[in-house]
Design a protein. Sequence first.
Length: 509
Amino acid sequence: MARPDRGEADRRIQNLTEKLLGTFEELDFLHSMAAFLARPSGVGDLDGYLVRETVSIFRADGGWLARRGEGSELRSAAVHGIRAEVAEFLNERFLVPLIRAEGLPLLVDDLESALQHRGVERPGAEFEGGELPRAFLACPLAANTEVLGVIVLGKNSRGDAFTAGDQKLLTTLAVQAALFIKNATLLRRLEAEARSLGKRVELLESDTTARPDLSRIQSESPTMRRLADQVESAAASGATVLLLGESGTGKSLVARILHRRSARRGGPFVEVNCGAIPAGLIESELFGHARGAFTGAGRERAGLFEEAHGGTILLDEVADLPPELQVKLLSVIEQHRVRRVGENRDRNVDVRIVAATNADLAAAVRAGRFREDLFYRLNVITLSIPPLRHRREDILPLARRFLSELARETNRRVTGFSPAAEEALLEHPWPGNVRELRNVVERSLLLKGAGALVELGDLPPLQALSSSAKRLELSKEPLANAVRGYERGLIVAALERSGGIVARAAHLG
């Protein structure tokens, strides 16, 4: 049996040793990278760390890491041992075309020859051509199919070149580094979003409109002071509450205050407008449905009563409930159970019901449009919210509060109303109540000209709105004719206020 050649054995041992050393360096690099990223400050300097470590591992004279921007643009994120101008020149003139042509990774022993071969002109006077590295190794930072950037190494000495093994190792490290970069970028984004959400939470916590309390309805009006006392008493009782009032008087706000002042404040508050949901969907919306209960029910769904479990549900415009739903609502109130559409079993719910309407429920009962037994179940505690025209002393305080809130939200420096604007606000009958007042203030603020006060000219044509609304309400004409009459009223009012000057009337809105 022939003895193995001693030289061949040595070469095998040397090759094996180089492979083991390469594997060790790769594992050591990944281990140190993981330890680096585990530090809170590590992610912030990830690019610089990757460049420094790869330059050290491959015994290069310098290198850089470039991130990909919009399109295929490359911008150096970290440079070590090489002038930044050299890196930017090679990014723009050499590496970007290579990325487009999928020509990476790239290993060359003579970079200047490679540039000439690809038709890249020599660098200009801003730096000497001798500053270019001689040996050049570039690998893409690719996560899946997305190229995030490129990592580049260079050597300056003649005869000191990178090997195919170096290219293979750097390619492997670049894949791992790309995953770290992608995760680090995602982490930064999540941290930024968390900070943004934290600020929004702080803003909401300090915003009384998002967390209403009794101060939102306490005012100079004796009727509102009495209502605030009634709300405080009703909130503590836990009984069903019926809110009566015209549209826009603030029934939803009162319902939210009832919830926040009650023992259920830690539970959900769910609001549903019964008049806004089609009759064929209202049962499913309130009580939920099983999968396949009707066409389009591809999955089971809990209803709003179940979502409000442990809290409060506001049934706004409850007078609009169809008769068959009135029966089921009565059953829910009496038994504290709901049955989803398509199921044959009941589910327990613990919900406080607050109902609201701008209709005369007693008249609806007499006319047979609303069940008498349901009316009595809802009418345990009745709170009537007066219209704004019956508490004129609240108009200006409310307008100033809305102006302050909206100015803060829109970053506008507006401090109040001029005397003429305040007089116009007081004279308006406010058929839309508080909702209309807020809308008028918001529109005036957003469209106003220069100055710290909302002037009379900044207000929309209030009298035209109210008179046109009244004409629309009483009109027996077809809808198209009524709308044209409404628009005509607005135009005439604007022309009157502008002295007949059309251009000025157009700016009045």
